[in-house]
Design a protein around this ligand. Structure first.
Ligand code: PMT
Length: 410
């Protein structure tokens, strides 16, 4: 996404200036070509040499110095850039740009800019909450400038509250978001992720190896593409670098079923990546099962509801996408589930392959549709898999909007 993008990183004079170095690393890791512009005040906090070394480009700060031998710096930078990110953005830079002051390289460059400008503010909480800063932020937003953060927490000045530079992962996510085509705008998508836990007694449960990574990747990429996403997930240890995805955490399959049912009517598209337990202990004990010296234990299991099958029986206008986690007869089993659950797409996932399935950041899948077509994907990150699944979903949405023949019941 950021590959070969020309990004200007504006660094202004705040204590969080050192974090801009990490942001720069993350951008160059994604193969963006980053040009750092520092204010005079920023150079009090971090040396330009740090940014020059990390970006591989000269650091610019002088207003009256020609760029690349003979070019006028602020105009040239404004022309070549695909995006400007100002991180950290101080109260001073917000105030200057909001009020049309152009008195150094960074402010003149921003004024000459026609591409998106993203501010990541960082300052003392009282400064952030002051009417001056808030009015300037409102004014900048009204002009079309974008913001990420600030976040809440401990501040370098010793106080606590809103004013921390947003997490680097969140800033990167926002940058990727800015570059992403919003082809799912207006779509409400429900994604399920993770395992379910089925209690045996108050201290034990049965579950599976799902970590939620595949579902989280789908939720993130769908949101990036403009969809309104709700994520229903089993217990997990993951964090999403987006605060705009509501998460509903459930434990058992029956809880997941209730949560899905509550959201169903409000959604256009449901993607079930969750590994829902097919069975649960029949008799959940009130107290902890005691250890016996001799003998074996038998756990009687009963069937859980098949959430996706129930949705398929009441499909209406929804687009339904399921996964099939298999250890043998991948295609036969996936095709059977596609039909049995009345789905539009199924993602066949051979979880025995190295780099595929549970717990890893990558996956290897085949996407099957109702016409019997199968698209085989090589090993790729779960985010890339998610994006390709969403490409297929976009095609289905377009088809539906055009009123083209739509598979109803099998
Ligand atoms: O979470 P990760 O660690 O990233 O791992 C990803 C994954 C392997 C869990 C994921 O890629 C995956 O394959 N998810 C589906 C797991 C699964 O439950 O597959 P299944 O073949 O048992 O179920 C078929 C479909 O029906 C699934 O969409 C499932 O969500 C749904 N289902 C299953 C059982 C049930 N009782 N109710 C359901 O709705």
């Amino acid at each position: 996404m950021l590959k070969n993008k020309e990004i200007i990183l504006g660094v202004t004079g705040g204590i969080a200036a050192y974090k801009a170095a990490e942001l720069l690393r993350e951008m160059t890791r994604r193969e963006a070509n980053v040009h750092v512009v520092m204010t005079q005040h920023a150079q009090q906090f971090v040396s330009p040499l740090t940014f020059q070394t990390l970006s591989g480009n000269p650091v610019l700060s002088e207003m009256f110095r020609l760029f690349m031998g003979s070019k006028i710096g602020h105009v040239t930078l404004a022309d070549i850039a695909n995006l400007t990110v100002i991180a950290p953005a101080t109260a001073n830079i917000l105030g200057k740009i909001a009020n049309g002051v152009a008195d150094d390289l960074l402010t003149t460059m921003v004024m000459a800019m026609k591409v998106p400008v993203l501010f990541a503010p960082s300052m003392n909480v009282n400064m952030w909450e002051s009417s001056f800063v808030q009015n300037n932020v409102e004014r900048l937003k009204a002009y079309g400038y974008q913001f990420i953060g600030p976040a809440e927490g401990d501040l370098a000045c010793g106080s606590e509250g809103r004013g921390r530079l947003a997490d680097i992962a969140e800033i990167i996510e926002k940058i990727e978001d800015i570059f992403t085509k919003k082809d799912l705008q207006g779509q409400r998508i429900l994604v399920t992720a993770g395992p379910t836990l089925e209690p045996v007694d108050p201290v034990r449960y049965i579950t599976n190896r799902s970590t939620g990574k595949m579902g989280f990747a789908l939720a993130k990429m769908a949101c990036r593409r403009g969809a309104m996403v709700t994520l229903i997930t089993g217990p997990n240890y993951l964090s999403l670098p987006r605060s705009d995805i509501p998460q509903i955490v459930v434990h058992s399959a029956r809880e997941m079923r209730e949560a899905v049912r509550e959201q169903y009517d409000d959604c256009h598209i449901i993607i079930m990546a969750a590994a829902v337990a097919d069975f649960r202990p029949q008799d959940t004990r009130g107290g902890k099962i005691k250890k016996r010296e001799n003998g074996t234990y038998a756990l009687e299991l009963e069937k859980n509801p098949d959430i996706l099958k129930e949705l398929g029986e009441n499909k209406g206008d929804h687009i339904l996408v399921g996964f099939a986690a298999e250890t043998s007869e991948l295609m036969e089993n996936a095709e059977a589930k596609l039909k049995e659950k009345n789905l539009d797409l199924i993602i066949a996932n051979d979880v025995t392959q190295p780099g595929a399935g549970f717990g890893v950041d990558t996956n290897i899948v085949k996407i099957l549709d109702t016409r019997g077509r199968a698209r085989k994907l090589p090993l790729m990150t779960k985010e890339d898999v998610a994006d390709i699944i969403l490409d297929q979903v976009v095609k289905l949405v377009k088809k539906k909007e055009k009123g083209l023949p739509w598979p109803r019941n099998w």
